[in-house]
Design a protein around this ligand. Sequence first.
Ligand code: GDP
Length: 212
Amino acid sequence: MEISSANYLISAANMSQLAPPAYPEYAFVGRSNVGKSSFINCLCNRKNLAHTSATPGKTQTVNLYLINEAWVLADLPGFGYARTNKTQREKFAKLIIHYIEKRESLMNVFLLIDGRLVPQDIDKEFVQYMGEAGIPFSIVFTKIDDTNQKSLAKISHAWEDYLSATWDELPPVFFTSARSGRGRKEVLAYIAEMNPLWVPVKTYGPAGNQSL
Ligand code: GDP
């Protein structure tokens, strides 16, 4: 899939501010500083579509972008940044959870995980949560330019071990780098594969105004 257009739609601090679902939607989420903004910019071939965070944990909104006038990319707030106070963290978590559980057009959550680190508890908890909530998700390892094949293999095996203890079927996994662009094509191809599966969300107009 080539990116022909990427347009900012809205930043929402709560669900009621979100545009009504009109396209298949794909959410990107991960710990603050995981490289989410950089990867979104790389994915969309834009320098500054998603703002790379000078102050981690600052983004408190769900930001929607319309891509190719065909699908929506949802940039979710980063979670688990140690320096944000508990109230803030709870608020982030609530917005993420509301979005994930209530957004009818959500096709898939891409969970970004730092490809340089052994599995972190907070990432495991998030995976656990999505599994229990029955949310389709994929794992996107980030910053793989900054590691070597051996340690990347070790880390991805550790994740496989962790996941296969609970699930029969493992989620799709992508190895990416915003610096080199690796994995970009694969993630876009996966989205292109899913787009036709989208069933438009029903919106109900006034009586007599519904076309069947
Ligand atoms: P966010 O908080 O998840 O949106 O993360 P950012 O995109 O702002 O990136 C956080 C830090 O990681 C920045 O210092 C980036 O330069 C760095 N970073 C992001 N992507 C990559 C990558 O692909 N490779 C490397 N080596 N560093 C990256």
